[in-house]
Write a protein that binds this ligand. Structure first.
Ligand code: SAM
Length: 214
């Protein structure tokens, strides 16, 4: 998409709440600000959460909280989101903004390596099969493991959304052989053959995969 079309899309469709715009401004000062999802993606996640009537969601990879706040705002008053990240500083920003938005009571933040926090979550009574929606946006080498955990945690008909599956085009450049790119290539191929889900990959933003648990 050209910049002009991108601007037009924002002009005619973006409804970014003030606090999300403030969070985006604040995050833009960080060296790793490009990790944040775009406002259009945030709005899309919000719409998805509402469209499927999600009450219980999970996010793997929070950063400063743009996607977390987008989904927490979309959940009903009695909804909840389990949020996983290992960085205390970014978690503090995410929680500060959720607090200011009045949605902190919906957020169950678990600090630590998602491999461990997900294993703990899977052991909790009533957790497997209880989630409606999972957003995966953490370290790419962990995607396959996070996806397997997500499938166990989701109810049938629950949705997993996975970010960055095109990795700025590196997935088709076989000169690129770093661990993140290789992990994403393997992940995408694995999902293509996965009969446990309905599948769609949208070339939106950096590539978003949707897997609906059968
Ligand atoms: C791409 S950013 C997430 C962006 C976020 N969804 C947003 O909307 O701004 C990836 C995040 O995953 C976290 N992360 C990376 N490896 C992780 C791991 N093993 N366990 C938990 N979090 C991890 C990083 O700390 C970082 O905050």
């Amino acid at each position: 998409m050209s910049d002009a079309i991108q601007d037009y899309v924002a002009d005619v469709s973006l409804r970014e709440p003030d606090l999300l715009a403030e969070l985006r401004e604040k995050t833009s000062e960080l060296p790793l600000h490009l990790m944040q999802i775009s406002p259009e993606q945030g709005q899309f996640l919000s719409l998805l959460v509402k469209a499927i009537g999600a009450r219980r969601t999970l996010e793997v990879g929070v950063f400063t909280g743009y996607s977390l706040l987008s989904t927490a705002l979309a959940l009903p008053a009695d909804g909840s989101v389990v949020a996983l990240d290992l960085d205390e500083g970014w978690a503090a920003t995410a929680l500060e903004f959720c607090e200011r938005a009045g949605v902190a009571d919906k957020v169950d933040f678990r600090l630590g390596d998602a491999r461990e926090t997900l294993a703990d979550l899977l052991r909790e009574e009533g957790a497997p099969g209880s989630f409606d929606f999972v957003f995966i946006d953490a370290d790419k080498e962990g995607y396959a493991e996070y996806y397997e955990a997500a499938l166990k945690l989701l109810r049938p008909g629950g949705l997993v959304v996975v970010d960055n599956v095109l990795w700025h085009g590196a997935v088709i450049d076989h000169e690129v052989q770093d661990s993140e790119t290789r992990a994403l290539r393997e992940f995408n191929a694995k999902l293509h053959d996965d009969k446990r889900v309905e599948l769609s990959l949208l070339p939106f933003a950096d590539g978003l995969t949707f897997a609906l648990k059968r």
